[in-house]
Design a protein. Structure first.
Length: 456
């Protein structure tokens, strides 16, 4: 390869070309129209000579040293300052990306396939960028370019988050939602530290869900990283309240006369109300199931039913009462019995509607629909002459029945079959959980509270 200062047949030497640039820079700083010319001022001559020395060393030795710092070509950056003239040597296209704010800078980029082609970029104090290029035998040409303008400094993102519920409780899920913003770009990574150990290893993404096992204050942090690797961290103290009462505790607080969590233990279904009204399987298949509304599972009814105490024993034949159960059926077509007491009332599923049957023959169909393979909380109450039916904590039907409480008898309570005709084809197929019977009418607030105790 020929040396840079060697002339082509009609081209310029590097010395002449750099001299031309010095004029361009001087005129640019003074706001004078640009033109090509030659000058030999002492300061620019020294700058020109130093530039040539550094560049020539870089291209032949592939490395050089400046101000005690070593550089290696072709990615080296060297600077020379003389008065108001600053010269940079860069192997690349743009000398201004991320560099220091200099008034005037020059890029020298020798074409590796033609050593007679020399390109220089000049940035004036005005911020404008000029491209000077000598191509073989032709005269140097000057053009303006803006693609080498330095990028604006990165504005760091502002990390933030919110959480729900506003008053979280132990054992219940807390949903954390990212609220970070980046004012000059995009966020590329959201990381979470939910246990306050300083490690962002508890989740990534816009939302994370976590349940804390115990009450207490927790340090929660989110780290937001933007598309230029800038990051910000926001930390808050989240106070976790005491765990809410369990579903069983809530039901027990209502004073049920019978409460079956619906698990077969030793051939019986235990009553945990304290009244000793255990149930027994009859008429076919009833088995434990792993799925349930609350931990502990439920019972799957596939042709059988459970027999329990009579309406007289429960104290519900002539007075107020409440029947409560959770139901999950794979098919909702014909009417199927959930269960109750013949001398009081019973819960049914009438196709896709909840139904309350009373001992006087009255049927109250709820104005709400159900879907297969989903859990539903069904509650029926009698208070005086008023029948009410609830679905998932919401009142969906009422009626006034003056003849309630007139039926005599002493038949067992039955769950999973028609209490008046257990051998009929009305036995339900599906899961039933958390059956409770009360000798009073639960209020609308109590019914809703029971539903929420299981669903959070």
């Amino acid at each position: 390869m020929r040396r840079l200062h060697r002339r082509s047949r009609r081209g310029f030497t590097l010395i002449e070309l750099l001299t031309t640039i010095s004029v361009i820079m001087l005129l640019a700083s003074q706001g004078v129209s640009m033109y090509l010319g030659v000058t030999e001022q002492a300061e620019t001559t020294r700058a020109k000579a130093h530039l040539y020395s550094v560049w020539n060393s870089a291209r032949h030795d592939r490395a050089f040293s400046l101000a005690g710092q070593a550089y290696s070509a072709p990615t080296a950056l060297a600077s020379y300052s003389s008065g108001e003239t600053n010269l940079d040597v860069v192997s690349g296209v743009c000398p201004f990306d991320g560099g220091p704010a200099l008034d005037t800078r020059i890029l020298v980029d020798e074409d590796r396939t033609d050593d007679q082609t020399l390109t220089l970029f000049v940035k004036a104090a005005t911020g404008e960028v000029w491209r000077l290029q000598a191509l073989g035998d032709r005269q140097p040409v000057v053009s303006r370019s803006t693609q080498c303008s330095p990028p604006a400094p990165n504005v760091l993102p502002q990390a933030d988050f919110s959480y729900m519920p506003a008053a979280p409780q132990a054992t219940r899920n807390v949903t954390f939602t990212n609220a970070s913003v980046d004012l000059d770009g995009d966020l590329t990574l959201i990381e979470w530290d939910l246990d306050g150990d300083g490690a962002f290893d508890d989740g990534t993404g816009e939302t994370v869900v976590h349940a804390y096992p115990t009450a207490g204050a927790r340090q929660v942090s989110v780290r937001a990283t933007d598309d230029r690797a800038g990051a910000d961290v926001h930390t808050e103290q989240v106070v976790i309240g005491a765990a809410p009462p369990t579903y069983a505790q809530v039901i027990a607080s209502r004073g049920p006369g019978l409460y079956w969590p619906m698990n077969i233990v030793g051939g019986e279904i235990a009553d945990i109300s304290g009244n000793g009204f255990d149930g027994n399987v009859a008429g076919g298949s009833v088995s434990n199931s792993a799925i349930g509304v609350v931990p502990g599972g439920s019972l799957f009814f596939n042709g059988g039913y459970i027999a329990g105490p009579t309406a007289n024993e429960l104290g519900i034949r002539t007075g107020d009462w409440t029947f409560e159960a959770w139901v999950n059926a794979p098919v909702l077509t014909d009417p199927k019995a959930v269960g109750g007491a013949r001398e009081a009332g019973a819960l049914w599923v009438d196709g896709d509607r909840p139904l309350l049957w009373a001992e006087d023959g009255t049927t109250l169909i709820g104005a709400a629909t159900m879907l297969p393979n989903q859990w539903y909380h069904i509650v029926g109450t009698r208070q005086g002459n008023i029948l009410s039916i609830y679905l998932n904590g919401i009142l969906v039907g009422t009626s006034d029945n003056p003849n309630l409480g007139t039926t005599n008898g002493n038949t067992p309570t039955r769950i999973g079959a028609d209490p008046a005709s257990p051998n009929s084809g009305d036995r339900i197929r599906g899961n039933i959980d958390e059956v409770a019977i009360y000798s009073r009418a639960l209020s609308a607030a109590e019914v809703l509270g029971n539903y929420q105790a299981a669903t959070g």
